[in-house]
Design a protein around this ligand. Structure first.
Ligand code: GLU
Length: 474
């Protein structure tokens, strides 16, 4: 029996969880859950300037919001530096690494020469075979890996297929800097090995690193994990997703009012597919997930598609669950905390009753927040320009006629609809000509959920008062 799967997500804390990182985490998570293995979390916090506790917290928060959990405690890469140094020393002792005494000036000259001759910039092996006895005094050496100079390093990647690197293209990389700090490629190999990682699933931008890392595994006689390098995410214009495409951090999607389950579904489809399935539950994703379903070409981030998918999830989420999601969302959006502060039990009940009407037209929780505004508005309502226009264009007269009808109606969405429709028929007025002014005075705007729902949720007293206020305005 093969040993069980261990994946890992290894973000560098850069201040937020990048949307591409969110997808990488999702794939690692789905693969681990599918195989009943584990997903570990390793924070690659070796850049001490950027790796603040806040940056780490932002990553954990982003993952948690996406609904992704990990096994065991998050591991700090920085805290393992002495183990990384130990492995560098082992390689040194075995003659598989060497001390390099090149000064920054010499390295700079090497770079300039290569650039002048239009060669790729590579370390020229100055200290590879040089007698350490000739080391200059007072220079602290870096340790370089003695990379194989001939032959090939092959990655049999689960996504990219067989990728062949000519060893002569890969130079002797520094594994331990002269200040004693391990470098990224060494740390990743040591950590993945020590953590028992069986599958490395990460962005294709790490493919060259994969070759270098493979060489280090071999030098240490360690088993090279399976690898799956997933294509990048592009923006709608086909260029690599960047700041100018808008939101990059997962938390920005939370603030834009997307539901985590819709995000999971959307991110899964960015690069992975299962037949023609576009909409699937997280359970289905786990059941169907496999590395063979990941495509080789970059996927495009399509905001319209995400929005429509989110709208689908909103409409299909039951009212109570959606209300919970809405309440959890409010602290993260402008104006949300103020709204939240006004939600007492009575308001909560109103929101719940309004939910079927609200969710019908909302694609995001931001839309939902906007259309729920009428519940919070206080009398006398301020009418926006469009609402005023409706009132000026015959709205006042329409409401004057309608008011007695409403006053006498059975106050349920159904009862109100019956009464208003009967009145429309009897008076020859078009339903829209009655509904629009009602909407204007009840919500202060020209768009809202179905008007009979609005009347019902606001209740008889509040509705009639808002109508009277509106009539007084004219
Ligand atoms: N820390 C790296 C990054 O955030 C990922 C390293 C890896 O997955 O091996 O890009």
């Amino acid at each position: 029996m093969s040993s069980s799967v261990i994946t890992r997500f290894a973000p560098s804390p850069t201040g937020f969880l990048h949307i591409g990182g969110g997808r990488t985490a999702l794939f690692n998570w789905a693969f681990a859950r599918k195989t009943k293995g584990k997903m570990l979390l390793r924070i690659e916090d070796t850049d001490r300037e950027r790796s603040t506790p806040e940056a780490v917290a932002a990553i954990l928060d982003g993952l948690t919001w996406l609904g992704l959990d990990w096994d065991g405690e998050a591991e700090s890469q920085f805290s393992r530096a002495s183990r990384h140094r130990e492995v560098a020393e082992i390689l040194l002792a075995r003659g598989l690494a060497y001390r390099c005494y090149c000064t920054p000036q010499e390295l700079q000259q090497m770079r300039e020469r290569a650039e002048a001759e239009k060669r790729p910039v590579r370390y020229d092996g100055t200290w590879r075979d040089r007698d350490p006895a000739s080391a200059p005094a007072g220079v602290r050496p870096a340790i370089r890996f003695k990379a194989p100079q001939d032959g090939e390093t092959v990655i049999d990647d689960h996504v990219m297929g067989r990728v062949v690197f000519q060893n002569k293209e890969l130079d002797d990389l520094i594994i331990l800097r002269s200040d004693g700090n391990p470098t990224y490629n060494l740390s990743v190999v040591v950590d993945d090995h020590d953590m028992g990682v069986t599958h490395i699933i990460r962005g294709v931008d790490h493919l060259t690193n994969a070759a270098r890392q493979t060489q280090i595994y071999r030098a240490m006689s360690w088993t090279v994990p399976d690898m799956a390098h997933i294509p990048l995410i592009h923006g709608p214009d086909g260029a690599k997703l960047s700041k100018r495409h808008g939101a990059l951090g997962v938390e920005a999607y939370r603030a834009m009012g997307y539901l985590p389950e819709a995000m999971r579904n959307y991110l899964a489809r960015l690069g992975w597919s299962h037949g023609d399935d576009e909409i699937f539950s997280t359970r289905q994703m786990i059941d169907w997930f496999g590395l063979d379903g990941i495509g080789k070409s970059p996927s495009r981030f399509d905001f319209v598609k995400l929005e429509n998918l989110n709208g689908h999830y909103m409409r299909h989420t039951d009212d109570e669950t959606l209300l919970q999601a809405f309440l959890a969302f409010l602290p993260h959006v402008a104006g949300g905390p103020e709204m939240l502060a006004r939600i007492d039990d009575a308001m909560r009940a109103k929101l719940k009753r309004a939910m079927p009407g609200l969710k019908e037209r909302a694609k995001t929780l931001v839309d939902l927040m906007k259309s729920a505004q009428y519940l919070f508005a206080q009398r006398p309502l301020a009418l926006d320009d469009k609402a005023r226009q409706i009132m000026a264009d015959g709205g006042v007269a329409a409401l004057q006629g309608l008011l007695p009808v409403l006053t006498g109606a059975d106050w349920t969405a159904q009862g109100l609809e019956t009464a208003v429709k009967a009145y429309a028929e009897a008076s020859g007025a078009k339903l829209g000509k009655l509904a629009q002014p009602l909407r204007a005075v009840l919500t202060g705007t020209n768009t809202s959920p179905g008007i009979f729902d609005v009347l019902d949720v606001l209740g008889r007293e509040e509705s009639l008062k808002r109508i009277e206020d509106g009539l007084k305005l004219s």
